[in-house]
Design a protein around this ligand. Structure first.
Ligand code: TYD
Ligand code: MG
Length: 440
């Protein structure tokens, strides 16, 4: 780091939600390493300490906001929007109004782009306050020094693959460098109470040196995903020491940055084909929110010895199981057909409640039956072809109502919990046979 940088800027200011550090780095770091045992009753910690990122969808995924002093890894494919998302967060954290008059001191360290490039990106997003500092550096000890001098409360490292420590001889981006760098950052976060966000690229070839090896070292791991060619992006947690990992945040990439999508169902269902077979709307609960998604299937006669099974957005083994159920219980000859299943929108759904959507999409394609686009389905399918109940049926039905659906096909066992509904027809099903009758 150059001399003049340390001289020119001092970021010390009033305390914000992140608290302030009064001691010089070495003393507080030493104190942190000398651990003290305390009874739980003497330890204070409350959720009120969380700081809002100014992005509701991100707060939701973090478990209610940023926990000061935590180490957060944000992973995703190159070009998906990680830098954009975090720069937007920096803008909010340093905005006086958003922070109730006390902007946080934030340091954005980029090893990927020049200050000019970051400026150009920032220009598209709007105004930034001076309590955000941008530094282009890849040498870890220089970054450590900058943190000691500037005393930021939040640091962004963009990206971990570009950082290197002189104590490790291998190239930046290698497993040992990435591990070493994360270890150093972890000590900074824990010793000084600095909140650190680390950006990590996940690439198919480079996955080994990517964020996966770091997951156990950090408090929270967020992944930013989506189809790069489409505009929506999904943020979800795969690990969170401070909250659930079920919530997802939905964003849309616009010309001026990322926009939060407050009603994901509406968004996911956009551009749905009408009057085509092999498509149905299913409902999955992600965290606390029901999300409606389109399940698509295509079956085609195959002349391969092992017919193709291609699944996108759902679990392949689960789909294989459901296909076996359809073959045995309904006599569909799927063993001579290629089957493609796709959850539209690039989201990955794991909830068994989408089983019913998958089998209806397959039946619809196989029998060439068009499912009414205003029909929503949910339910788990068992090995004997029984339709099993799922949690939170009333919430799912309400979401369907809100979006103007007219029919819901659901497990018979859920009918009672849903009760009477107005303006929406409920069809309870017990077995896959009932399902065929219901969609015909
Ligand atoms: P970026 O945040 O650089 O991705 P990452 O850091 O994950 O590699 O985002 C890259 C893409 O986003 C790039 O193709 C341009 C696009 N983009 C927009 O569409 N609108 C914007 O306002 C910005 C800043 C980027
Ligand atoms: Mg980037």
């Amino acid at each position: 780091m150059s001399e003049e940088m340390g001289d020119r800027v001092s970021m010390s200011g009033a305390a914000s939600g992140f608290g302030s550090r009064k001691e010089p780095i070495s003393a507080s770091a030493r104190r942190a390493s000398r651990s003290k045992a305390l009874p739980l009753s003497r330890i204070t910690a409350s959720d009120a300490e969380r700081v809002s990122s100014g992005i509701g969808e991100m707060d939701r995924v973090l478990g209610g906001g940023i926990v000061p002093g935590s180490l957060v890894l944000v992973g995703g494919d190159p070009g998906i929007g990680k830098s954009t998302l975090l720069l937007q967060m920096c803008r909010n954290l340093t905005d006086e109004k958003q922070m109730g008059g006390v902007p946080a001191r934030v340091l954005y360290v980029s090893g990927e782009e020049s200050q000019q490039q970051i400026k150009l990106r920032a220009n598209r997003m709007g105004d930034f306050s001076d309590s955000l500092l941008v530094m282009c550096e890849t040498n870890l000890s220089d970054i450590q020094e900058a943190i000691a001098v500037l005393e930021p409360q939040v640091v962004i490292i963009d990206s971990i693959q570009t950082m290197y420590s002189e104590t490790v001889s291998s190239a930046p981006g290698s497993v040992s460098q990435v591990r070493e760098a994360t270890g150093v950052l972890m000590q900074l976060a824990k010793g000084l109470g600095v909140t650190i966000f680390i950006i990590g690229h996940v690439t198919k070839e480079g996955a080994v040196a990517g964020p996966r090896v770091l997951e156990h070292m950090v408090d929270t791991v967020l992944y930013f995903e989506g189809d790069r060619h489409a505009s929506y992006r999904i943020l979800h947690a795969v690990k969170n020491r401070f909250g659930s990992t079920d919530e997802i945040g939905v964003f849309e990439m616009k010309g001026n940055g990322l926009r939060e999508v407050l009603n994901p169902s509406e968004f996911m269902l956009e551009g749905r084909p009408e009057g085509a077979s092999g498509s149905v709307v299913a409902c999955s609960i992600e965290g606390t929110r029901p999300i409606l998604i389109e399940v698509q299937a295509l079956t085609a006669p195959s002349n391969l010895a092992y017919p193709r099974r291609t699944v996108d957005g759902a679990d392949l083994n689960r789909v294989n199981l459901l296909l076996a159920v359809l073959e045995r219980r309904l006599g569909l000859s799927l063993s001579q057909a290629d089957v493609y299943v796709n959850i539209a929108g690039g989201v990955r759904m794991k909830e068994p409640a989408i089983d019913l959507g998958i089998i209806i999409a397959v039946i619809s394609s196989y029998k060439d039956i068009v499912i009414d686009p205003r029909t929503l389905v949910f339910g788990e399918v068992g090995l004997s072809g029984e339709i099993r109940s799922v949690s939170q049926a009333p919430l799912r039905v309400r979401e369907a109502e809100k979006l103007g659906f007219s029919t819901v096909i659901l497990p018979q066992a859920c009918m009672k919990s849903v009760g009477r509904t107005e303006g929406i027809r409920l069809i309870g099903v017990r077995t896959v046979r009932d399902v065929v009758t219901a969609v015909n």
